[in-house]
Design a protein around this ligand. Structure first.
Ligand SMILES: NC(=O)C1=CN([C@@H]2O[C@H](COP(=O)(O)OP(=O)(O)OC[C@H]3O[C@@H](n4cnc5c(N)ncnc54)[C@H](O)[C@@H]3O)[C@@H](O)[C@H]2O)C=CC1
Ligand SMILES: O=C(CO)COP(=O)(O)O
Length: 421
């Protein structure tokens, strides 16, 4: 068979997920595929977990005389060019196609952007096994960690391993609605592609630079638990030369907008961990704010939180993670600040303390189907820390878990952070 000329094909992009952030990233990406028509096919597929949705009476789309009752969300998105349930009020580019069929949505896609609540990713990947092109590349926008019997894993790694592809990560101080409204923000994309993808070298001195991705650091901890897992061991199918290389400059073109500034790094571990762990810290910040303890208390929780994030990375992922990713990049301290100011985890934790109600009840009432990630991440991280006998070394993560479990009260946070004194 004749080989096609280099760059004769374009990358096809699928967004796997369509919630508040999933739809926002679909918008960002669709604006860029339209702008960079030399690199990307214009149409962006967006997989939607199908549901029936009734347009609310206060929506500008509600028409009392012609109301059809609950309709398929995909039909509403494609007809109105708006995700009326998860991103209401934001017009979407017409080159986004909402598709309820996961396998059809990913067909021929060479770039898969994973963006759905972390509790659904394992099942989604199972459905994708054997259904994607073998040389596809992934970017995970998921903020969470996967904890199983065998250890604590990053979603970029677990997706990569389950699907046999390379997967990077995108994370930053990015409250979805603000990004969707095109208010200025920054994000961090970690992409350390296998060398054959990159005809153009990634910038020298980039934190975490390692073309093979992150390396497993700890293999033997107490209890026979393997510790933190990180792959870089997938047998990758090379990207055919007909496709434009996915070096940093081209990956940037997929996400960077005038209102959404992208910084490329190679530290996939740091970017993934920052996004996951700050959700636990945001719950802690919400607890103390709910008590009316003011800004100093919140700042204290945030300071301890960023230190625990770095310590978690260094303890379990060693040299694969760069401290600078937490202290200098949007995915680190900046995400902590925004999440502890206006994020869903922060807001729901605060309401839960103020109203004296379980946080799950607040989530159900306030979020219209959106999902908190901090609560499950707090449990998952705690189960990992318990297995490796290191709960006490992460007093804030442990305190948040104990409060969620009802074993301690938010008022006890200072004592829990000072247990050794
Ligand atoms: N919303 C935000 O401001 C930001 C969220 N993130 C992260 O992005 C990831 C995705 O979050 P969002 O898009 O905001 O989701 P979301 O919180 O809006 O969740 C709703 C989504 O979950 C889907 N869903 C419900 N049940 C499902 C099932 N059984 N299987 C598959 N999907 C199902 C719904 O269809 C919907 O698309 C999370 O890890 C979150 O931490 C990151 C940055 C900002
Ligand atoms: O990740 C976020 C902002 O960067 C959003 O955080 P929440 O999920 O708490 O809303």
């Amino acid at each position: 068979m004749a080989t096609l000329a280099p760059n004769s094909k374009k990358h096809k992009v699928c967004i796997v997920g369509s919630g508040n952030w999933g739809t926002t990233i679909a918008k960002v990406v669709a604006e860029n595929t339209a702008q960079h028509a030399d690199l990307f096919e214009q149409e962006v597929q967006m997989w939607v977990f199908q549901e029936q949705y009734q347009i609310p009476k206060d929506s500008k789309h509600f028409d009392e005389k012609n109301d059809k009752g609950p309709q398929k969300l995909t039909e509403l998105i494609n007809g109105l060019h708006e995700n009326v349930k998860y991103l209401p009020g934001i017009p979407l580019p017409k080159n986004i196609v909402a598709n309820p069929d996961l396998v059809d949505a990913v067909k021929d896609a060479t770039i898969l952007v994973f963006n759905l609540p972390h509790q659904f990713i394992a099942k989604t990947c199972e459905q994708l096994q054997g259904k994607i092109v073998p040389y596809a590349r992934g970017i995970s926008c998921i903020k969470g960690v996967a904890v199983s019997e065998s250890g604590c894993e990053l979603f970029s790694d677990s997706i990569g391993q389950k699907l046999g592809i390379y997967c990077g990560a995108l994370s930053g101080a990015n409250i979805a609605t603000e990004v969707a409204q095109e208010k200025f923000s920054e994000t961090t994309v970690a992409y350390a592609p296998p060398s054959q993808d990159s005809q153009q070298p990634t910038p020298a001195g980039t934190p975490g630079a390692s073309p093979k991705g992150s390396q497993l650091d700890l293999t033997k901890l107490n209890d026979g638990v393997k510790g933190a897992k990180s792959s870089g061991k997938v047998n990758l199918t090379p990207l055919p030369s007909e496709y434009p290389s996915l070096h940093h400059a081209n990956v940037k073109k997929l996400f960077h907008r005038p209102y959404f500034h992208v910084h490329l790094v190679n530290d996939v571990v740091g970017v993934s961990l920052g996004g996951a762990l700050k959700n636990i810290v945001a719950l802690g910040a919400g607890f103390v704010d709910g008590l009316g303890w003011g800004d100093n208390a919140k700042a204290a929780v945030m300071r301890v939180g960023i230190m625990e994030e770095v310590k978690f990375g260094k303890t379990f992922f060693g040299d694969s993670v760069q401290t600078e990713t937490f202290t200098e990049q949007s995915c680190g301290v900046a995400d902590l600040i925004t999440s502890c100011s206006g994020g869903r985890n922060f807001r729901c934790a605060k309401m839960s303390v103020k109203e004296g109600k379980p946080i799950g009840e607040i989530e159900e009432r306030e979020l219209n189907g959106q999902k908190l990630q901090g609560t499950s991440t707090a449990y998952e991280v705690n189960s990992f820390l318990r297995k490796v006998g290191k709960e006490k070394e992460f007093p804030l993560f442990t305190a948040v878990y104990l409060i969620l479990e009802g074993k301690h009260k938010p008022e006890e946070i200072p004592a829990l952070l000072n247990a050794d004194a």
